[in-house]
Design a protein around this ligand. Structure first.
Ligand code: SF4
Ligand code: SF4
Length: 287
């Protein structure tokens, strides 16, 4: 992974000015080693336009904060119910506004808020704590999700601010966005991981909830841009794991000089583990 070309970022100028642009993220994961070259910090954006039937991060989908409730930890003490009607009943889940009042009061630590708003200077300051490790390992920051393209203004400003600090920035994306948004963000990063899941438009609508056409159009733009990228394809049993489908994905980037290959990723057998925290069923209905 260390063979990726590294662009020279603009000169570091410590200009972390206040900005009105705010974003919603749900995790900042340090010491990530599978999200790009070197040791990285991954920033998980909350909100995604896709609804992949097998999604293993259901808490990443909604573009709003959400309450996660681990019912296996609950002792039934009723403290949260005294605070709020929506606290425990799955039927009342839709009434939860993720205010967080119940979270700290739970003696079992069964309740968590997923998603918080931040601004770019605050987040950059936190990310720069790992600057030495990034420099030693050839790492950097990876914007992932959820979907960074779903919060383009925030993502662009964050990438710009990091590169001003000479931090390598990678973007992991499903590619579903207008061409303007796609171009604006990919122009601000050093490396793109582009998910290609299903090529056929009708099958894409069935399994991902969106048409594949804009995704593939953006992949073509990326190929033409010369920006370094890697295609990533999660192999879903019976959906896209045939030899024909793999070969079709490989053909998309065959001969493209800036393409650093196709990574086929195994299906996550624990994909359904988090749905219970949201009182949602996991039913991918795979063939
Ligand atoms: S406060 Fe926590 S332990 Fe008590 S009923 Fe609510 S979720 Fe369960
Ligand atoms: S997060 Fe707020 S609205 Fe949601 S259950 Fe707790 S107290 Fe009620």
């Amino acid at each position: 992974m260390s063979d990726f070309p590294r662009e020279t970022a603009a000169p570091a100028v410590s200009e972390r000015r206040p900005s009105p642009v705010r974003g919603l993220i749900f995790e900042v994961r340090e010491f990530a080693v599978h999200d790009g070259p070197g040791v990285r910090t991954s920033v998980f954006f909350k909100g995604c336009p896709l609804r992949c039937r097998w999604c293993h991060n259901p808490e990443s989908q909604a573009p709003t904060p959400e309450l996660l409730l681990n019912r296996s930890r609950c002792s039934g003490c009723s403290v949260c119910e005294k605070i709020c009607d929506a606290a425990l009943s799955p039927d009342r889940r839709s009434k939860c506004v993720a205010c967080g009042r119940c979270v700290d009061r739970c003696p079992q630590g069964a309740r968590n808020l997923c998603g918080w708003e931040t601004d770019v200077p605050t987040l950059v300051e936190r990310l720069l704590r790992q600057r030495d490790l990034f420099e030693l390992s050839g790492g950097g920051v990876t914007l992932t999700g959820g979907e960074p393209l779903f919060q383009p203004e925030f993502a662009v400003e964050l990438a710009r601010a990091l590169r001003r600090e000479q931090i390598h920035v990678a973007l992991e994306t499903c590619g579903f966005a207008s061409s303007n948004v796609f171009d604006a963000l990919t122009a601000e990063v050093d490396l793109v991981y582009f998910d290609v899941k299903i090529l056929d438009p009708a099958r894409s609508r069935r399994w991902l909830g969106v048409d594949s056409a804009p995704i593939l159009a953006n992949l073509r733009r990326l190929c033409a841009s010369g920006r370094p990228f890697v295609v990533r394809t999660p192999l879903i049993p019976g959906v896209n794991d045939s030899a024909e489908e793999r070969a079709a994905v490989e053909r998309l980037v065959d001969g493209v000089p800036s393409a650093f290959g196709v990574e086929f990723l195994p299906y996550n057998v624990a994909a359904g583990a988090k749905y219970a925290l949201l009182d949602r069923d996991f039913d991918p209905d795979l063939p």
